[in-house]
Design a protein around this ligand. Structure first.
Ligand code: AMP
Ligand code: DBH
Length: 541
């Protein structure tokens, strides 16, 4: 695979190995282990299908062999876009068995995002759902037609159908006596995660088997998961939270059962929780609010823990969720680049509601610094910087300005340290919009807006929103010689560029000029302050 990324320095790598944070088992090891230890245990439930660990492992083995026979080789990248379905995990485990390195695009990503991923990765294989609008009419979006091998769910004239291994009567290979050997150095990459980003081009996050397994294993320990665990995955399956904190891989590690929901929509999730006795679920705050406001309630006392992460959760909402559902709310503050913080289930309620958690590994190093890089007084806000056994040291193909000289990742989050090592997220330095947990770089949308012939300058900022936490506002300076574009026509223009829906500005405003900083860049804080009076914060009721 063409490309590079900065690995952990030797001394730290040796420490992580010696401390047992890094082990030599690949990420599919757990699934193989469960296939032997509890072959009949249900690994996952997807609509009316229930797959045992044995079935999941055997089907993945079959698919890995098929791909190897087609000439796919260890180390090659794979672009995957699937919704929440059993095949998502089948493909993931098959990729790992064959040493392939998947990038899981969100189902909501558009033509633009997929094209950029393909450009950066040059994937050898594309796996998609033929029912996705991007692939309708037996078409492939531009930029994807060059991918040599293509497989799809359903049928499509330009792709092979993924075989249905779960049909009764399908003969699958015998259980292998060993999981594939530990990945060799050149195949050490396990998957690409996606960054919410802060620049025009989305950055890819190279995660290795060792570091990702460390993140999952420590998460399982913090959450004390056992084979009795029944986890509802209602967030996008490929998202770092739903995959690894402890997420679906945590379920496989613990030998529990994964219940898949197509979306976080309340009534269908409540039905799944009831039917499958789900005891853990993970949501972003916006979805949690919809659960709270749903006309029906959850059966009690089924749900034990509701994990909330991805965006700021208000203490009022945290408390209301615990009261309404009779469960514990666990806050999860994580990032696809690595570091994950959890509140402990035993933390007193006020701490659980007000703090986003503490680093899960004793090997995580964190520091909170001011604008010139000095460590702040305890309790004061500053930027969180971190390094550790499962936090990357560089993005795919570089982009190292997000990292300090001594290898700390600059999270771009403003945090303060509270009691007992707990962190509170109080703001953000990076130029990003966090729309109900879906993050994107303002610069990415600004670049697309500037392609419009009537737009001379563009600035995208977040404005407060009661449901989503934040929505996006595009402030434009338009060409006075041309008719001013309407918000509707601008949105249509952006959609035509193939931009994912969640990045399309919720509001559009025209202005004569944008405020500038001393060096002539758009002064985003000034712009935010200006529009805060027009779109004031809505107090929670
Ligand atoms: P990403 O780098 O796209 O994976 O997004 C991670 C970012 O999401 C973090 O750096 C935070 O800005 C935000 N985030 C994640 N979890 C939380 C949380 N529990 N509370 C507040 N912000 C969060
Ligand atoms: O928002 C995130 O990226 C996130 C949230 C919770 C994450 O990556 C995680 C847990 O692992």
């Amino acid at each position: 695979m063409m490309g590079h990324f900065t690995q952990w320095p030797t001394a730290r790598a040796a420490l992580y190995q010696q401390q047992g944070a890094w082990q030599d088992q690949p990420l599919h090891y757990w699934c193989w282990q469960q296939a032997h230890h509890r072959p009949q245990q249900i690994a996952l439930i997807c609509r009316d299908r229930q797959l045992s660990y044995r079935q999941l492992w055997q089907a993945a083995t079959q698919l890995a062999r098929l791909w190897q026979q087609q000439g796919l080789q260890a180390g090659q990248p794979v672009l995957v876009q699937l919704g929440n379905c059993a095949e998502f995990y089948l493909v993931l485990i098959a990729c790992w068995q064959a040493g392939l390195v998947p990038l899981n695009a969100l189902y909501r990503h558009g033509r633009k995002e997929l094209r950029e991923f393909a450009l950066q990765l040059q994937p050898a294989l594309l796996v998609f759902d033929s029912r996705h609008p991007l692939f309708s009419g037996n078409q492939l979006p531009d930029g994807l037609a060059d991918i040599p091998q293509r497989y799809c769910l359903g049928s499509h004239s330009l792709a092979n159908p993924l075989p249905d291994f779960f049909q009764p009567g399908t003969i699958l290979p015998a259980l292998s006596t060993a999981a594939d050997p530990a990945p060799q150095l050149q195949q050490e990459l396990a998957l690409f995660q996606l960054s919410g980003g802060s620049t025009g081009i989305p950055k890819l996050i190279p995660r290795t088997h060792r570091d990702y397994a460390c993140s999952v294993r420590d998460s399982v320990a913090v959450c004390q998961w056992t084979p009795q665990l029944r986890y509802l995955c209602a967030l996008p399956a490929g998202h770092n939270f739903a995959l690894s904190s402890p997420g679906a891989l945590g379920v496989f590690c613990a030998g529990g059962t994964l219940v898949l929901a197509a979306s976080p929509e309340a009534s269908s999730c409540f039905a799944l929780i009831r039917e499958h006795q789900v005891n853990w679920a993970a949501l972003v705050p916006a979805a949690a609010r919809l659960w709270l406001d749903a006309p029906e309630n959850l059966p009690r006392p089924v749900l034990e823990v509701l994990q909330i992460g991805g965006a700021a959760l208000s203490p009022t909402l945290a408390q209301a969720l615990e009261q309404q559902f009779g469960c514990i709310v666990q806050q999860v503050y994580g990032m696809a680049e690595g570091l994950v913080n959890y509140t402990a289930l035993t933390d007193p309620p006020t701490l659980r509601w007000h703090y986003q958690g503490r680093p899960m590994s004793k090997l995580d190093e964190i520091r909170i610094v001011n604008a010139v890089g000095n460590i702040v007084q305890r309790g004061e806000p500053g930027e969180l910087q971190t390094r550790g056994p499962y936090t990357i040291c560089g993005y795919w193909q570089g982009g190292e300005d997000s990292f300090t000289a001594d290898g700390f990742y600059r999270t771009g989050d403003l945090v303060r340290e509270g009691p007992d090592g707990l962190l509170q997220v109080v703001g953000r330095l990076k130029d990003q919009v966090n729309r109900g947990g879906e993050k994107f770089a303002a610069a990415e949308v600004e670049t697309e807006l500037l392609k419009h012939p009537a737009v001379r300058q563009a600035a995208v900022i977040s404005i407060p929103d009661l449901l989503l936490g934040e929505k996006s506002l595009a402030v434009l300076v338009c060409d006075p010689q041309r008719p001013t574009p309407t918000a509707v026509s601008l949105r249509r223009f952006l959609r035509e560029q193939g931009l994912a829906d969640f990045k399309i500005p919720d509001k559009v405003q025209c202005s004569d000029q944008l405020p500038l900083t001393a060096v002539g860049k758009t002064d985003k804080p000034a712009l935010r302050a200006l529009y805060a009076t027009i779109f004031p914060t809505i107090e929670e009721t």
